[in-house]
Design a protein around this ligand. Structure first.
Ligand code: ADQ
Length: 468
């Protein structure tokens, strides 16, 4: 890598040594390579500064924040990113809220961010942009004359061509993506959908080397399945849960779900399937509990408030119909839990339920497997719609829309003989180890570094400017 590495993501770690999968992985990468991490300042300002703000360089790299106003936050973050792009990418066109204000805010924030990045970037720097908040960032940077390598990684599913119809016409995903050198996606299915988009574009051509030719540009589109820090999770899970004092309160047959409270995670159907399982069990002395940990997110967006109410009602119903004086079937916790405690809870749980309707990867699936005791592992019940299902073929895969199938899978998981549990665990764990988070960032950066020798962006700049 000739220049320095610049990582751009919406959120930026504030602690000197951040915890948590992705943030930790990028932190480790930057700690080794040096460079800059740019993200949004969580404190909103009446007037956003035109320059990035230094927020500490305790590590081997600099952290710089860009400021947002309330209007930026409402239109760029809550609006276009989370009320248009998120639902479109998660096949929920019915939840899309189109607004010209959102579109303008999204383009404005990306343009202003590009201007600020240009003040710190050198021509041979390598810029790695993360996620749907910044689809047009490369186009804006090219318009300002940035000629270095530009990479993108989309953490969420790449939308199918049919679903893209729900985007407003100004959201020209193909053109936005074409300004990057490398578009990284989670799975092979995501790559297939991205290629489908380019195939439908007039003037785009698939080259012999696998790249896409789009006007003057050449774009590589590849999958880089993200992973977790396996060793850290195995270590945390192996500590005795008794130390935390929680162990005694947990039932013998524990089923666990851990998700941000998001409509894409399929939580209502999971509760229904658990209720169905309780209804159908023949041995009524059997009393498993579903521990669902679901901290709230994006509560300013109405679809997130709706899902919260729906779940409260459903958990109340399942408990009302099944609970006893000494048994609560659904325990629903609405907050963040320390990651070390989480790892131990995963190990204690006989079944991990990961049943999203759509998910880029789903790290909880990998964390659940990594946390298991190899001599007596639990069983992962995994939605076919999660990116993780592409690799973890030995999980019990289910259709998250099929309540009966999920309820049957739960019964099968709870009764699964030790031999079969071990065999399935070993296969999943092998994939989790092979695609850990360090491997993910290393392979991505290697591919980005090798993405092109040198080329002129002059024609492209003229085109990008006319649009900006
Ligand atoms: P998310 O949608 O946030 O990520 P996921 O991959 O499951 O989904 O990651 C969530 C992380 O938060 C996990 O590490 C989990 O342990 C943690 N977490 C969840 N609830 C928690 C709680 N109550 N307390 C503590 N920790 C909690 C997006 C995409 C995914 C993709 C990731 C990474 O939507 O598909 O896998 O990015 O690319």
């Amino acid at each position: 890598m000739s220049g320095q590495l610049i990582v751009v993501s919406n959120r930026i770690p504030t602690a000197a040594t951040p915890s948590g999968g992705l943030v930790y992985a990028l932190h480790e990468t930057l700690r080794k390579t040096g460079g800059i991490w740019i993200g949004s300042d969580p404190d909103l300002r009446p007037h956003a500064s035109k320059s990035l703000k230094e927020i500490g360089d305790q590590s081997n790299y600099r952290r710089l924040a860009f400021e947002l106003t309330q209007e930026d936050y409402d239109t760029f973050y809550l609006g276009f990113a989370n009320s248009v792009l998120w639902p479109v990418c998660h096949r929920r066109g019915d939840l899309v809220q189109i607004s010209r204000r959102y579109e303008k805010g999204y383009r404005r924030v990306n343009r202003h961010l590009a201007e600020q990045i240009m003040k710190v970037a050198e021509p041979d720097d390598l810029i790695w942009v993360h996620d749907y908040h910044f689809f047009p960032l490369a186009l804006e940077l090219r318009a300002l004359g940035f000629t270095g390598k530009l990479g993108f990684f989309l953490h969420i599913p790449f939308p199918a061509l049919g679903d893209l119809g729900a985007l407003p016409p100004t959201a020209d995903l193909a053109r936005w993506l074409a300004a990057f050198d490398l578009v990284g996606l989670q799975t092979r299915s995501d790559v297939a959908r991205c290629l489908e988009l380019f195939r439908s574009e007039f003037g785009a051509e698939l080259m012999n080397d696998g790249k896409i030719k789009y006007g003057e540009q050449r774009i590589a589109v590849r999958s880089f399945p993200i992973g977790i820090d396996v060793e850290a999770f195995v270590d945390a899970a192996s500590q005795e849960l008794d130390d935390t004092g929680i162990a005694r309160a947990l039932p013998r047959e524990l089923v666990i779900g851990v998700d941000r409270l998001d409509y894409s995670k399929g939580l209502p159907n999971r509760f229904r399937a658990f209720g169905r399982f309780l209804e159908m069990r023949t041995d009524k002395s059997r009393r498993p509990s579903l521990l669902q940990i679901a901290p709230p997110t994006r509560e300013e967006v109405s679809a997130y408030r709706d899902i919260r109410h729906e779940l409260e009602e459903l958990s109340g119903r399942v408990n009302g119909e099944n609970a006893d004086l000494d048994w609560t079937p659904v325990r629903y916790i609405h907050r963040n839990i320390d990651r070390n405690v989480l790892a131990k809870l995963f190990r204690k749980a006989r079944v991990g339920l990961v049943t999203p309707f759509a998910d880029g990867m789903n790290l909880v699936a990998k964390e659940y497997i990594a946390a298991q005791d190899p001599d007596d592992p639990g069983v992962l019940v995994l939605s076919r719609m999660a990116g993780a299902a592409e690799e973890m073929t030995q999980a019990l895969q289910v259709n998250p829309y099929d309540i009966e199938e999920m309820s049957e899978a739960l019964a099968r998981a709870l009764d699964m003989p030790l031999d079969e549990r071990k065999r399935r665990y070993a296969s999943c764990m092998e994939r989790v180890k092979a695609t850990d988070v360090a491997h993910w960032s290393e392979t991505y950066l290697k591919a980005l570094s090798a993405s092109r020798d040198k080329m002129s962006w002059s024609n492209f700049n003229a085109e990008a400017r006319s649009d900006a």
